[in-house]
Design a protein around this ligand. Structure first.
Ligand code: FPP
Length: 247
């Protein structure tokens, strides 16, 4: 574990990487340059998360709503993700990183799906950081797909409606088996969740930072974790001191 590591490191950090376009515009550069720098920030965030002993790092790479962007930008983002997997998979595997992909897969283009599956398959037994890439992901879509799977089981008579519990719903989400995010970070000053981990983030701490994603450095990651470390998490219960005093 690194020396500059905050004391209370969350097990699962999820990040909405926002502001690539504004980072580029502020420098008079095309948006594509912002996304390119964004990939470098991804590499640094993955390294930092591994160094600090974070178990799960989830990155919102492409939302189910991002298809509404101009075709050239969609192609650009796809190209960057493909290049990232092609170039970085071997290094990530060597560093014992396990990759998991969340999001709708069935309708993905044939040039991207096999790469995502290969990344998962190659790294499936790795035991260091789990890097979760949210790709073609939207929470409402994920929950809808989970509900359909559950409804089919009920329809087939394999499941009683009373057996539908939060745990059962968890097990039908793309994130099945992962802990809920302790911390959700969003860069660029926007303060909303944008359809990201809505179910899983029920008790997540939210930290919004004004910097654009390409500027999300190791130092900024660590200072964000320090802000998290000051939060008191109650999960709907009472603060320990209040509970002890019976107030
Ligand atoms: C938001 O910036 C960022 C995205 C829509 C995509 C994030 C993708 C990457 C960083 C690259 C690929 C990912 C991986 C995991 C290799 P924006 O374009 O919405 O910025 P703006 O709000 O300033 O326009």
């Amino acid at each position: 574990m690194a020396e500059d590591c905050p004391q209370k490191v969350p097990a699962h950090v999820a990040i909405i990487m926002d502001g690539n376009g504004r980072w580029a515009r502020a420098r008079g550069l095309p948006r594509t340059m912002g996304h390119k720098k964004g990939v470098e920030a991804v590499r640094e965030a993955v390294r930092t998360a591994g160094d600090l002993g974070i178990s799960y790092l989830t990155l919102f790479a492409f939302s189910s709503e991002n298809w509404r962007r101009p075709e050239a930008e969609v192609t650009d983002l796809m190209g960057l993700l493909k290049a990232f997997i092609r170039r970085d998979l071997a290094d990530l595997h060597r560093e014992n990183v396990r990759i998991r992909i969340i999001g709708e897969r069935e309708h993905l283009r044939s040039d991207i799906l096999p790469l995502l599956l290969e990344a998962e398959e190659t790294t499936r037994n790795n035991t260091a950081l789990t890097l979760v890439i949210a790709f073609n992901y939207g929470s409402r879509d994920e929950i809808t797909r989970a509900m359909r799977k559950i409804a089919r089981e009920v329809e087939a008579g394999r499941l009683q409606p009373q057996a539908i519990t939060p745990e059962l719903i968890d097990a039908h989400l793309d994130t099945a088996g992962m802990p809920d995010p302790d911390l959700i970070i969003r860069t660029s000053g926007e303060e909303r969740l944008s359809n990201f981990l809505l179910w899983q983030g029920a008790y997540s701490e939210l930290v919004f930072v004004p910097e654009f994603w390409p500027d999300f450095s190791r130092e900024l990651f660590i200072s964000t974790l320090e802000r998290f470390a000051t939060r008191e998490r109650r999960f709907g219960g009472l603060a320990p001191i209040t509970a002890a005093a019976g107030q």
